[in-house]
Design a protein. Structure first.
Lengths: 410, 126
């Protein structure tokens, strides 16, 4: 699975973490590799082995100066490609420095995110074209948080539409980024949606349909693009949101959360709500990207709120409602202990899609779904459709990202 | 001192999880492409003892029998799951026709590009 992730550009840092030239370097752990990120004097981004090639000192202590990161122990200096450019304890003009290069990966900025590609350089795909990363910065908001479990059990929550009516039922009515839409009435009137999972070129469409008027269905269609991108269907005129889950190591992941609107800037109120941890975002332990509600404070469990129906699980907020349960499964959930039912078909198919992609990549070098830029130019949709229509046909245009076109929403 | 969540979420504590208990789930599977009227009637008779009925069908095929099966499942509160296999270049209107017949009687619908997902899904419902 690590090799699969190395087929894609993946989010590595928020742009805000390297805010200016020669700013302090930042430790980054991705796909079980310890790395250091920095921005040099000319604004170039670097992502390389965290540890100096000399004696293994962490370059987090490094001096970011004059187009390189200099280890403070003996002064070895590296540029953004990991190339050693100065080795003061060797003779001046020694050629040996040229032979020392730290493993490094490209780091590029798009949409407020610094993306990296950790696979073979010869196979590097084009920079991602997810719509949220290509709209003006005023139209999008991005956050990240640590999640203390394997990435896959977290991602499976993102494509499991059937939990929303339970776990998040309190917040659908109260969260400022979800409430007050005409569509919510369909959720209230039909508490038993029917699910329809359809293969898409990049992954899956996960459709949830509810009865609507005049012989129609109200569809909410989620996109899953491999390996771990989701887009949740819009509600009314609210911004559209979704996630990436990126492995830190086998037992921890980054949950990236985006909110964006294709055709208008986010309002001050929307951005304030997102910064305040509303919607799919969280409040943090100050100075970190760790959620304020976490396992070390029992997720700030509130049994009174649970009993009174303000929250279903006693945990506040969409994000931690999901993460608390997913972390409780254990660092890597033991799936032999599951009892899956029909409404888990999306999860079952996603697992199989991933396994097949891994096998095809390993055995035949087949480029997995989701690398192709066409697979990334997608949208989710909320639509009313006649009862006999396959949504992949009837909502075809709505499921493609079209610049300047508003999302399909009810 | 660790909170209970911090302690219990650990890999060490995960070792103490109890193995899953067998459910004896009774799943009935019917291939609507090949089922005869007698097969459908037999399945409908078996519905009271079933936990799940899975209907398999090719996109474009006639899913008329879904109504008979669906009514029996509805009466006995048995879950219905349809897997539509869309192989090759099946026209949208043909898929549409099959879905129109299935949807009123299926609480879960999967549309797969090949039949290899069928075994994966059935194997997952142990």
């Amino acid at each position: 699975m690590g090799r699969l992730f190395r087929s894609y550009w993946i989010p590595a840092l928020l742009t805000e973490e390297l805010p200016e030239n020669d700013c302090p370097p930042v430790r980054v752990k991705l796909l079980s590799e310890r790395l250091i990120a920095f921005r040099d004097s000319d604004g170039r981004y670097g992502l390389m082995d965290e540890f100096c090639a000399h004696r293994g000192v962490s370059l987090w202590f490094g001096r970011n100066e004059e187009c390189g990161l200099r280890c403070p122990y003996h002064g070895w200096k590296y540029d953004v490609t990991g190339q050693c450019v100065d080795m003061p304890n060797e003779p001046e003009h020694s050629a040996f420095a040229k032979k020392v290069k730290l493993k490094s990966y490209p780091l590029v900025e798009r949409g407020g995110v610094l993306w990296t590609y950790m696979g073979p350089p010869a196979n590097q795909p084009p920079i991602p074209e997810y719509e949220f990363a290509n709209v003006p910065s005023s139209h999008s908001f991005m956050s990240k948080r640590t999640q203390e479990c394997n990435w896959l059990q977290a991602m499976e929550g993102g494509i499991d539409s059937s939990h929303v009516s339970f776990l998040h039922r309190g917040d659908l009515k109260t969260d400022p980024l979800f409430k007050g839409t005409r569509a919510n009435q369909y959720n209230m009137k039909d508490l038993r949606p029917v699910f329809e999972v359809v293969e898409s070129p990049g992954g899956l469409y996960i459709g949830a349909r509810r009865n609507a008027e005049n012989g129609q269905y109200y569809w909410r269609i989620t996109q899953w693009v491999m390996p771990s991108f989701t887009m949740i269907p819009p509600r009314g005129g609210h911004p559209v949101h979704g996630h990436f889950w990126i492995p830190i190591d086998d037992e921890n992941c980054w949950t990236w959360s985006y909110d964006y609107h294709p055709t208008r800037p986010l309002t001050d109120g929307e951005v304030a709500a997102m910064r305040d941890g509303k919607g799919i975002h969280v409040k943090y332990v100050p100075g970190t990207y760790r959620p304020l509600a976490n396992k070390d404070n029992d997720y700030l469990m509130d049994r009174v709120a649970q009993r009174e129906g303000r929250t279903y699980s006693g945990i506040e907020g969409f994000a931690m409602q999901d993460a608390s349960l997913q972390e409780s499964m254990g660092p890597i959930v033991d799936r032999t202990k599951e009892t899956l039912v029909s409404t888990d078909s999306g999860i079952i198919m996603a697992r199989q899609r991933l396994l097949r992609a891994v096998k095809a990549l390993e055995q035949s070098g087949v480029v997995p779904p989701g690398v192709d830029l066409e697979h990334q130019r997608v949208r989710s949709a909320s639509v009313l459709l006649p009862a006999d229509q396959p949504f992949t046909d009837a909502a075809r245009e709505a499921l493609i990202a079209q610049p300047g076109v508003a999302p399909a929403t009810v | 001192m660790l909170t209970e969540s911090a302690r219990m979420n650990s890999a060490a504590e995960a070792r103490f999880r109890i193995p899953a208990q067998p459910t004896g789930r009774n799943i009935k599977v019917i291939d609507l492409d090949t089922a005869t009227a007698a097969d459908v009637a037999r399945l409908a008779d078996d519905v009271p003892g079933a936990d799940l009925v899975v209907m398999l069908i090719s996109a474009g095929a006639d899913a008329d029998a879904a109504a008979t099966i669906g009514r029996a499942c509805s009466e006995h509160r048995v879950m219905t799951h349809a897997i539509v296999v869309r192989a090759g270049a099946v026209a949208e209107q043909d898929l549409s026709r099959t879905l129109a017949q299935l949807r009123p009687w299926s609480l879960m619908v999967v549309v797969a590009e090949g039949d290899d997902y069928v075994e994966d899904i059935l194997r997952s419902f142990r």
